[in-house]
Design a protein around this ligand. Structure first.
Ligand code: HEM
Length: 534
């Protein structure tokens, strides 16, 4: 009798697993409730065990409840696996079998945060359209970036990944187009031409501090990553919170930024599975997760002190008497300012100087076009073709956001690169591979700044170049980034010769690059020499 009851309960558990998949989990988004779902399942398991304890011995109760849980799991995950492998609308697209079944495949492959290399390998193996998740396509067709981003009324949506900062939501993470449009208008005030002009003084002062740091180490090997990160973070601290982090002055990392950079380490491996990010943030099992949360708190506290770029954002909430209501948005915005504005620029500077050290003729060309130019006049610098060519070529070969910037097709589906993609499919378009396609650039792996001004025939398809994205979510800091890059590169190029440090061959900076949504380059050791102007 007891055996029959146990068998019946296991059959019920198995069927329940299938039903829950087919009628509940197969619809809508569940990532935000991932921790609650996990807890409900564990509690149910414990409850079954306690009920069993009334009419069984302790060991039998454990066995029985575990078998019921196992049958339920087989029903649930079995149903998912059969549907994903055999009946899913993305069925026709090639890709690894494990990737069709679960995103845990992707997580396991990204433990070293080299998603850009993994995706490149997928492209070589499977072609332009690869199924990299149960409901995800990674598309390498040159048209993809333009299709998913461009156009004021672009129908593509931001997917679940952008909920990672919840409850905070910054400009870059609003998924509602309506809310984003409204917040973007407020942000726009901080990036007008006159606002950018008002940031020049801070930029020049921080660039001078950077110059002093390099000057002190002239003739000696220097890991250039540190000063470039310090400079870009100090500037964002100054603009975002009206307070530099003081890293260039102290020549050491600020604790909050150190926490942030350690915290970002968990973004790389967990990026493919937003539900896993949610569980990690709620349960805080890893030091990197705790660091990330500490950094969020720090940003929230600094935002309370507001000013400069932030002052434009805070002023609107104050004027509309909704400061308290907007706090989570303002905290999210402060995280957006410092992460989006600092990591990206430092990354780009590191690769610019990597290329200058590899090919000294680039420095010569930069100096030739500097002749007769007032290096303090940022407008003149922005018109220099070779300088801009170098920046664009670095952004092409080393995009600061190598694979991130995911989108979801609209519910009715969409065409990308001549193929119809079903609705609500997650689309990944890895810039790192697309901007190196032979179909789009002549000698795609070579560093040729001239292709951006005197050799346009070397660009076969400009749509493959989208380092700042485009359309309604394009990078609001693009002009600020060019302003920073042109000024800092010109200043250092005019004063120093640069070469690889003894024993440095430039491989580490490229090979150790980590893709953590924004990218973290490997170490680069350089030697700066004061320029001989005689
Ligand atoms: C080389 C420098 C930079 C690069 C390559 C870059 C790249 C990008 C990209 C690709 C996006 C779109 C991300 C997505 O779709 O999820 C983006 C968005 C954004 N960037 Fe940048 N960025 C740079 C510098 C900056 C700077 C200096 C700031 C200044 C605060 C900034 C602030 C932002 C913000 C706030 C967004 C979100 C815009 C929105 O959703 O409306 N970025 N950036």
């Amino acid at each position: 009798m007891a055996t029959q009851a146990s068998l019946a309960s296991r059959c019920i558990a198995f069927s329940l697993g299938i039903l829950i998949h087919r009628h509940i989990f197969a619809y809508g988004e569940w990532h935000l409730c991932a921790t609650a779902i996990m807890r409900i399942h564990i509690l149910t398991w414990i409850s079954i065990y306690l009920i069993d304890c009334y009419h069984m011995r302790h060991v039998e109760a454990i066995q029985d409840s575990s078998l019921i849980a196992l049958c339920y799991a087989v029903g649930l995950f079995g149903s998912m696996a059969v549907y994903r492998a055999l009946f899913h609308p993305l069925q026709e697209y090639p890709g690894p079998l494990a990737a069709r079944l679960t995103k845990l495949w992707h997580v396991s492959k990204c433990l070293d945060s080299r998603n850009h290399l993994l995706m490149d390998e997928m492209h070589k193996k499977y072609g332009d359209f690869v199924r990299t998740g149960p409901n995800e396509l990674t598309i390498f067709h040159p048209e993809t970036l333009a299709t998913i981003y461009e156009g004021i009324n672009n129908p593509f949506n931001k997917p679940a990944w952008y909920d990672n900062l919840r409850p905070y939501t910054g400009l870059n993470t609003h998924r509602s187009k309506y809310v984003h449009k409204h917040r973007r208008r407020i942000w726009d005030h901080a990036f007008t031409t006159s606002a950018l002009k008002s940031y020049q003084e801070a930029l020049k002062s921080i660039s001078n501090s950077l110059d002093e740091v390099i000057m002190k180490r002239v003739g000696q090997p220097i890991v250039i990553n540190d000063p470039f990160y310090w400079a870009s973070w100090d500037l964002m601290g100054q603009l975002g919170f009206s307070k530099s982090f003081g890293m260039l002055q102290g020549q050491k990392w600020h604790f909050a930024i150190q926490m942030l950079r350690k915290g970002l380490e968990f973004v790389g491996p967990f990026t493919p599975a937003p539900w896993l990010v949610r569980i990690a943030l709620d349960l805080r099992p890893l030091p990197s997760v705790r660091n990330f949360l500490k950094m969020e708190d720090w940003c929230a506290r600094e935002m309370d002190k507001r000013i400069k770029i932030s002052s434009h954002l805070v002023a609107w909430s104050v004027d509309h008497d909704r400061l308290q209501k907007d706090l989570h948005t303002l905290y999210g915005d402060s995280i957006a300012i410092i992460i989006a504005g600092s990591d990206t620029v430092a990354h780009t500077l590191i690769y610019v100087f990597y290329h200058l050290a590899r090919d000294p003729s680039q420095l010569t060309k930069l100096r030739e076009e500097q002749a007769g130019i007032d290096l303090q006049d940022l407008r003149q610098l922005q018109g220099l073709p070779h300088l801009n060519g170098i920046i664009n070529e670095v952004l092409r070969l080393h995009p600061a956001v190598p694979t991130g910037g995911f989108r979801e097709t609209p519910p009715e589906g969409a065409e990308i690169g001549g193929r119809w993609i079903p609705g609500n499919t997650l689309i990944c378009a890895p810039r790192w591979t697309i901007s190196r396609l032979e179909a789009c650039f002549v000698q795609p792996l070579e560093f040729i700044p001239e292709r951006w001004y005197s050799k346009p025939e070397m660009i076969l398809n400009k749509k493959a170049f989208s380092p700042f994205a485009s359309g309604p979510y394009y990078c609001i800091g693009k002009n600020l980034a060019y302003m920073e890059l042109t000024y800092i590169i010109s200043l250092l190029a005019s004063k120093y010769d640069v070469q690889f440090a003894p024993g440095e061959d430039g491989r580490q900076v490229v090979e150790d690059l980590q893709d953590q949504f924004t990218a973290a380059p490997g170490k680069l050791r350089l030697v700066f020499h004061q320029r001989n102007t005689c």
